[in-house]
Design a protein around this ligand. Sequence first.
Ligand SMILES: Cc1cc2nc3c(=O)[nH]c(=O)nc-3n(C[C@H](O)[C@H](O)[C@H](O)COP(=O)(O)OP(=O)(O)OC[C@H]3O[C@@H](n4cnc5c(N)ncnc54)[C@H](O)[C@@H]3O)c2cc1C
Ligand SMILES: NC(=O)c1ccc[n+]([C@@H]2O[C@H](COP(=O)([O-])OP(=O)(O)OC[C@H]3O[C@@H](n4cnc5c(N)ncnc54)[C@H](OP(=O)(O)O)[C@@H]3O)[C@@H](O)[C@H]2O)c1
Length: 477
Amino acid sequence: MPHVVTQSCVGDGSCVYACPVNCIQPTPDDPSFELAEMLHIDPTTCVDCGACVSACPVDAIKPHARLAPEELAFEAINAAFHREAPPRPLLAPVRPRLLVRDRGEDLRVAIVGSGPAALYAAEEVLTIPGALVSVYERQDRPYGLVHAGVAPDHRRTRRVSRQLDRIRAHPRLTMHLGVEIGRDLTHDRLLERHHAVIYAVGAASDRRLEIPGADLPGVLPATDMVAWYNGVLGADSTPVDLSHRRVVIVGNGNVALDIARILMMDPDALAGSDIAPRALEVLRASRVEEVVVAGRRGPEHAAFTLPELVGLTSTPGVSVRVVPEELAGAPAGPKVDLLRGLGSADGGMGRRITLRFGLTPQRVLGTERVTGIAFARTDAPGGEDLEAGMVVTAIGYRGDPVPALPFDAARGIVPNEDGRVVDPGTGAPLPGTYVAGWAKRGPSGFIGTNKGCSQDTVAALVDDHNAGLLRPVTSRR
Ligand SMILES: Cc1cc2nc3c(=O)[nH]c(=O)nc-3n(C[C@H](O)[C@H](O)[C@H](O)COP(=O)(O)OP(=O)(O)OC[C@H]3O[C@@H](n4cnc5c(N)ncnc54)[C@H](O)[C@@H]3O)c2cc1C
Ligand SMILES: NC(=O)c1ccc[n+]([C@@H]2O[C@H](COP(=O)([O-])OP(=O)(O)OC[C@H]3O[C@@H](n4cnc5c(N)ncnc54)[C@H](OP(=O)(O)O)[C@@H]3O)[C@@H](O)[C@H]2O)c1
C-alpha cells in the first residue's frame, strides 16, 4: 500500500530524510527542490514503512487506501511525477553536519522574527554544542505567517506550529515576544550581546497595484484581508463590505485562491477553525455570489500551484468555473488539464469562483467607492469591465526596511550574499549580520522552503565564526 503526499505538503523535506529507500522527490539537494509545488512519493519503490508519515509536520502523507475522496487526485499526481523524474540514488541525501571551531566561549546568536525561517535557523544553530539563541518577535504571538497567513481552514498546514513549538521548547532558546528590533531594541545593542544577528523578518507589506482608482474605498490589499480573517491584532476593523454580489481578486497566486475560498465557502464549515469571530460574523451575512480571480497571463502561467487548485475544486458547495476560450491554445499540463475539466462560467449559478486569464487591470471604476474594474486583454485587442463591490489586490508581498540595515527597495529584500547582509554600495558584508527566509529571497515559497534557506545562512555564519570574523560579545545584560 504505497503512501501519497497530499495538499498540505509544506515542502520542508523531513519525509525525504526519514525515507529508507529515497522514494520521495525532489530531494532538498536537487536544484528543482525550491521550485517544486509539493513532494511526491514513487508508488513503485515505496516500501510502506510509514517513516515519512511520522516525519511529516503537517500530516500530509497517507496510505493510498486511506485517501479521502477529494484527495484521490494526489495518487496520480505523485505517480506522474516519478514517471518523468530521472533515476536517483538509493540512499536519501545527507546534509553535512556543521563543523564548528571551539573559540573558548559559547556562540550567542540573536534571531529577529519568529516565523518558519527564524525557527529553522534556531534549530540549526542549536545543533552546535553550547550555542545560545535569543529570538525577538514584535507580535505578542509567535510563528509569523503560520498564524497570520496560512488560511484558517488549512488545519493540517497550521499543525506545523507543533514542530515550531518543539524547536521553541529547546532549553538553550529564549523567546522575547512583543519586542520590535529597530524600535524597542537597536541592532547595535543586539550585536553587543551576541556574536551574530540573523534577521528573519519576512515580507509583511503588499505590492501596490499602480492603476487609477486603486485608492478608492472598497479596494483592499491581500495583506489586510488575510490579517482580517486570521484575527491579527488591530485587523478587526478592516472595512470588508460583502453586501454586494461580486468580488474581483487581481492576481492568481495561492494567496488569491485562499481569499476566494474563504469568501465563498460555507461559513458553517469555517466555524471551529482558527477564523477570527468577527470575520465569521461578516461572512455569515455575506451576499457575495461570485468571486472572480483574474490572472494577467495565460492558464499555463497561473501562479497558483496544482495542489491548491485540486483543493479549491473540491471545496464543498462552491463551483469553480472557467471561460473555455481563455484556455484555448494553452499547452496541456496537469494544471491546464484540470482547468479544462471545469464547468463554463456561462452556466454559473450559486456560490462560485471564476478563474479568468489574460486580463491586465487598467483602472478601478467608481467615484465614491469601487463599482468595478476595467481590464485589457493582455495578448489580444479588447478588454472587459467587470462589476464588483470589492476589489482585492493579491499581487504579492513585499519586505519593509529594518532600521540600521541596508535595503534593496527594488526587490523589497535585505541585500545579501548567501545570507550575509552586504552594503549595496561596496558589496562588503556587515560584520555579524545575516538574513534568512522571505527577507533574504523575496516573498515566495512554502513554509518548508525556508528550512534549507535558513540552514544555508547558518552555514555562512559558522564559516565566519570559524574564520574569526565575528566580534566578541561585550555585554551580557
Ligand atoms: C497569506 C499566506 C498564506 C500562506 N499559506 C501557506 C501554506 O498554506 N503553506 C505553506 O507552505 N506556505 C504558506 N505560505 C508561505 C509561508 O507562510 C512563508 O513561506 C513563510 O511564512 C515565510 O517565513 P519567514 O519566516 O521568512 O516570514 P514570516 O512568517 O512572515 O515571519 C516573519 C516574522 O518576523 C517578525 N518581525 C518582522 N519585523 C520584525 C522586527 N523588526 N522585530 C521583531 N520581529 C519582527 C514578524 O512579526 C513575523 O512574525 C503562505 C503565505 C502567505 C502570505
Ligand atoms: N497553500 C499554500 O501552499 C500557500 C498559500 C498562500 C501562499 N503560498 C505561497 O506564498 C507565496 C506568495 O504567494 P502570493 O499569492 O502572494 O504571490 P505569487 O504566487 O507571487 O502571485 C502573485 C500574483 O500576482 C500577479 N501580479 C503581480 N503583479 C501584478 C500586477 N501589477 N498586475 C496584475 N497582476 C500582478 C502575478 O502575476 P504574474 O505571474 O503574471 O507575475 C501572480 O498571479 C507563493 O510562493 C505561494 O505559493 C502558499
